[in-house]
Design a protein around this ligand. Structure first.
Ligand code: NAD
Length: 474
């Protein structure tokens, strides 16, 4: 077993003391990020090393996610009989840019980081995808996530291609002012390749609506007023009502569609939701209000379980007040990872990538899995679940509510017109329901699982657009 432990440090300008700033653990071969975090804490205590609060264990199984993506792509491309030359055309990014991001820290010293923007494909429209601030951002990760966006926007049939970007930095190490200077410097590096008709960024891990507002302000210094350059902005700054709840609400809408097709009733469908952040908490709220008994929720502090059904409004109030579920007494407290193997009908991973893997797949008892997180199921586990008859609603459809409402924000910005929250919700339901029905019908017509059907739909649409636009030289 290989274990690489990276800890970065900063030397104080005044005293010359070296302090550990942040770190990362790579190559966890099996087990969850929280397992590795606990292990690393124990080992470092044993070695007499003090880990900083910002220590991060690689949580997205990045290499595995890109491999998984290629595998899922090829499985669908085989079904579609896509020729090799078209596969290369669809898999290769259109453009990949890496820039130096230099900015001043509050103590006057200068920090330099690496920033990336990968534009994967624009056959169906301007490219669209989030900006991630995270210490482990690198070109491979950004490339994989950019292609995921191409298939996601195609599955829900919004007129976009796919892109992704990020800066390799830990935002928790920076003050608000430092974060703003970093963002402005990043915009200076990439402003000429993004724009409302080219590539429209959005928030992702480590970036907030405030970061989007700074991004827009800096970009407009070069190109003039045009809030459609970025989505996920604050509502007061040309953002869309309902954007924040959109991904979790979309997960809820799709769970109800799935149950409808399976002829099951919400009341008879106990649910477990991993993660109680933006996506998990909004999904829990929507499902609770739709009469689903939520037996378990979890976050980094643990899993909270009540087979009679949890009081979700109380959990939401607790989490809003305390910033996490720590101290929530509305259910029995179990280790966080126990959530995945509870005896429920519907499991919703809404936290991290790679949480369902070879090491725990045989203990999973849920009959249906709705992938709210990106890439929560690794390919071998996916194979085993499919063989066991577990139905998986894949990430490229299940969490597409966020990018869908981002599209509505862009439309409103371009029309200089504001939609009501009711209209946003109605249009979201309409778009996701249509996408679900297409994927469901494709799966049954082709006798494939929902993931393969979703990829087939996405790839087929991008391929057709590329051919119609004459991208292919004859
Ligand atoms: P978030 O940071 O708001 O919440 C993450 C939650 O997961 C937190 O409650 C955290 O405590 C919990 N968590 C972390 N590690 C855990 C563990 N080991 N066990 C249990 N809980 C754990 O993030 P988010 O925006 O809700 O995103 C969640 C997932 O959804 C990510 O995979 C993200 O890429 C994906 N996603 C998000 C959006 C969006 O609009 N926010 C859109 C598409 C996909």
């Amino acid at each position: 077993m290989v274990l690489n432990l990276f800890v970065t440090h900063r030397r104080s300008a005044s005293s010359g003391d070296v302090t550990l700033e942040n770190g990362s653990l790579t190559q966890p071969l099996t087990g969850s990020p929280s397992f590795w975090r606990r292990g690393t804490e124990l080992v470092s205590r044993w070695l007499g090393l003090k880990l900083p609060a910002s220590f991060i264990v690689q949580d997205e199984c990045i290499v595995k996610a890109s491999k998984a993506l290629e595998l899922y792509f090829n499985r669908a491309a085989d079904e579609l009989d896509t020729p090799e030359w078209m596969r290369s055309l669809l898999l290769e990014s259109k453009r990949e840019v890496a820039v130096q991001v230099t900015f001043e820290l509050d103590d006057g010293t200068i920090e330099t980081a690496r920033g990336y923007r990968v534009q994967h494909n624009n056959a169906r429209g301007p490219m669209k995808g989030g900006l991630r601030y995270h210490p482990q951002v690198d070109i491979d990760e950004v490339r994989a996530l950019a292609s995921l966006m191409t298939w996601k926007t195609a599955v829900v049939d919004i007129p976009y291609g796919g892109a992704k970007g990020g800066v390799a930095i830990n935002p928790r190490d920076l003050s608000r002012k430092e974060l703003e200077r970093l963002t402005r410097s990043f915009v200076d590096g990439i402003h000429d390749i993004v724009g409302p008709d080219k590539d429209i960024p959005a928030p992702d891990m480590g970036t907030t609506h405030e970061v989007m507002a700074w991004f827009r302000n800096q970009w407009e210094k070069y190109h003039g007023f045009n809030p459609a350059v970025i989505t996920g902005k604050p509502v007061e700054e040309y953002g869309a009502k309902g954007r924040e709840e959109a991904t979790g609400r979309g997960v809820g809408i799709l769970c109800i569609k799935l149950l409808g097709r399976l002829r099951a009733k919400p009341r008879e469908c106990p649910v477990a939701i991993q993660g109680f952040g933006n996506v998990g908490s909004h999904a829990a709220k929507y499902l609770y209000e739709s009469d689903f008994p939520i037996h378990a929720i979890s976050d980094l502090s643990g899993c909270y379980y009540d087979p009679q059904g949890l009081d979700i409004p109380a959990a939401l109030r607790h989490s809003l007040k305390h910033g996490s579920l720590e101290g929530f007494t509305g259910g029995e407290r179990l280790p966080a990872d126990d959530l995945l193997t509870l005896d429920v009908k519907l499991l919703i991973p809404a936290a991290l990538g790679g949480v369902i893997h070879e090491g725990n797949v045989d203990k999973i008892r849920a009959e249906w899995i709705v992938e709210a997180a990106n890439a929560p199921t690794l390919p071998q586990a996916d194979d085993m679940l499919r063989n066991n008859g577990v139905i998986i609603l894949p990430d490229i459809l299940a969490n597409a509510g966020g990018v869908t409402v981002s599209y509505f924000e862009w439309v409103q910005n371009r029309q200089h017109y504001r939609w009501s929250l009711d209209r946003v919700r109605q249009e979201l339901e309409h778009t996701l329901s249509n996408a679900f029905e297409h994927v469901w019908r494709e799966a049954h017509a082709r006798q494939v699982d929902l993931r393969t059907a979703a990829y087939m739909l996405g790839i087929g649409r991008v391929q057709r657009a590329a051919e119609l636009a004459g991208f292919v030289a004859h």
